[in-house]
Design a protein around this ligand. Structure first.
Ligand code: KG4
Ligand code: ZN
Length: 377
């Protein structure tokens, strides 16, 4: 299925052996810049700077868009300058500038796009707008040089989808969440249990000391044969279990909290594992490669990545999980996606727009946050 490149202008002939790309990412709560080179087909990540904003959002238990946008505007120049210094590359050695142009929190995306336009205009080099999800989806090619095609599970705080990746512009969505992303469910669970933000690592840590069998949380949508998922009911089930404990005993003990975390985590892991099993079956009918890649912050969860790895092995697939710093939001993946699109001759111009919504597979039915403005992701 062909990705509709309606944001791209014209084609370039760029069959050079070395491409040097500056990448910029600011679609959520990380301000990031990186310099990546492709030398004879292989990635050389010269720098990858990520300025996190956790401390600014911690008190709210989630990302506050206005605070994020202001912080991006303040940090972008510094992140770019640091990435250039660390890479040893001068601006005039950069072939092009790639930037996340969506989907994401619009204030942050606008900040990044404006910054990239300024740099591209200043050095008179092409500008390339990258879909954030394409950045995640192509990461295993940057870190492990895996060939097309492959099956990808993108599982983060904002996204959860299975993608068959055929080329830098061809993605077929096999399934995804119809409501919350798993990372979001982890963050909300942490908030409900007073653990802090971001919740994933804290829930995982507490869960290690807990009993995963104590609470019987649902495994949503397993009764349906497709590869779609739902995680918002799980969070409601956890809140009910917590409230029941409070009603019965006047509060929850540390052991109760650990058991709640362990049981919640097991429910997410079981659901993702079974849906991965089905997605692999669907993928096998579409392509004959045996590569399965996982990316996104939730891939950092040991139980989840072990379960997914085991399912993939049962299908005789090789599993790739990029190093955590390239699994979570970063600009190296945006630079790499820029390299792939640049070498395919796809560049933008100064009319590049920031897009809060930008589905990676535009032919698939909208499933997440779709409304008057169309599908979010
Ligand atoms: O990919 P990412 O850095 O940002 C985007 O959402 O795009 O993912 C962040 C998400 C957060 O929701 C965080 O709670 C979750 O990944 N996360 C985890 C773990 N580490 C991070 N979830 C479960 N277990 C973890 N160890
Ligand atoms: Zn992301």
């Amino acid at each position: 299925m062909l990705f509709d490149l309606d944001n791209h202008e014209g084609k370039l002939n760029t069959m050079t052996d070395i491409i040097t790309m500056l990448g910029i990412e600011s679609s959520c709560d990380d301000t990031a810049a990186a310099v990546v080179q492709r030398i004879n087909g292989k990635a050389n990540i010269l720098s990858s700077v990520v300025v996190g904003q956790e401390i600014l959002h911690a008190a709210y238990g989630g990302v506050v868009p206005e605070i994020a946008a202001r912080a991006h505007a303040e940090q972008l120049d510094i992140a770019v300058e640091t990435a250039l210094i660390q890479s040893g590359i001068k601006l005039d050695q950069i072939d092009a500038v790639s930037v996340t142009a969506g989907p994401g929190l619009i204030g942050g995306v606008v900040s990044g796009v404006m910054c990239a336009k300024g740099i591209a205009a200043g050095i008179n080099k092409p500008l390339i707008g990258i879909n954030h999800l394409v950045g995640h989806a192509l990461t295993p090619r940057m870190t492990d040089s895996i060939p097309y095609p492959y099956l990808m599970l993108l599982v983060s705080g904002g996204h959860c989808q299975f993608l068959a990746v055929f080329s830098e512009t061809e993605f077929h969505r096999i399934g995804g969440t119809i409501d919350d992303a798993p990372g979001e469910a982890f963050d909300k669970t942490a908030k409900l249990l007073g653990l802090g933000y971001p919740g994933g690592p804290l829930v995982e840590k507490a869960g290690k000391k807990g009993d995963p069998m104590r609470f019987k949380f649902p495994r949503p949508l397993l009764d349906r044969p497709d590869c779609n998922m739902s995680f918002s009911g799980l969070k409601t089930a956890l809140r009910r279990a917590r409230d029941l404990l409070v009603l019965e005993k006047g509060g929850i003990t540390e052991q109760d909290r650990n058991d709640l975390c362990a049981s919640f985590q097991m429910a997410v892991a079981d659901t993702l594992a079974e849906k991965t099993n089905r997605a692999l079956d669907v993928y096998k009918k579409m392509a004959n490669s045996k590569y399965f890649a996982i990316a996104g912050g939730v891939a950092a969860n040991t139980l989840i990545s072990e379960k997914l790895g085991a399912v993939s092995q049962q299908h005789n697939f090789t599993t790739f999980t990029p190093p955590l710093k390239f699994c979570t939001d970063n600009a190296a993946m945006i630079a790499w996606a820029g390299i792939e699109q640049y070498s395919a001759g796809l560049v933008d111009n100064m009319t590049l727009a920031a897009r809060p919504r930008w589905p990676i597979d535009q032919k698939a039915e909208p499933m997440l946050g779709s409304g008057k403005k169309g599908a979010k992701a």
